[in-house]
Design a protein around this ligand. Structure first.
Ligand code: RB5
Length: 157
């Protein structure tokens, strides 16, 4: 029997996002994704750039199809992750943004704020993000322009 490979999703948080990360891990496993939990595994203060790097590196290199990051607000994780070539990390502050970050921006990392968003809403929002396709068309040439910027800066994936 030929089995289709399950999509790989890299997941991490900082201490502020730890509990929400657990909820998202559980949900994604239930939905059939192959989740790489890149930590942290225990409570205790950590630095969000270390975890943003772990997820962004896997998405940038193609080891994961998508990434999910959680910190207090989502801001720090998004700032750090977007330093990586080919990474398009978006803070998904509502469902409309989750849908359009995929449709229009081909976002490949979903970022959430555990101190600013309700966990139940975030679980549903993540599913929108993971299932919505990129619309391509006129949006593809706009995303290409982002890649052009990376090339000009010498940061190609
Ligand atoms: C940690 O206290 C907090 O700074 C972090 O979770 C995040 O919100 C940073 O952007």
């Amino acid at each position: 029997m030929i089995r289709k490979r399950r999509p790989v999703v890299a997941l991490a948080s900082d201490h502020a996002g730890l509990e929400m990360k657990r909820r998202l891990l559980e949900a994604m496993e239930e939905w059939g994704y192959e989740v790489r939990d890149l930590g942290p595994i225990a409570a205790g203060s950590v630095d969000y750039p270390d975890y943003a790097e772990a997820v962004a590196e896997r998405v940038s290199s193609g080891q994961a199809e998508a990434g999910v990051l959680v910190c207090g607000t989502g801001a720090g994780m998004a700032i750090a992750a977007n330093k990586f070539p080919g990474v398009r990390a978006a803070v998904l502050y509502d469902d409309f943004t989750a849908r359009h970050a995929r449709l229009h921006n081909d976002a490949n990392i979903a970022v959430f704020g555990a101190r600013t968003m309700a966990a139940g809403e975030v679980v549903a929002r993540l599913r929108i993000f993971l299932e919505e396709p990129f619309e391509k068309g006129r949006h593809a040439s706009r995303v290409s322009k982002i890649e052009d910027i990376e090339k000009r800066l010498g940061r190609q994936a």
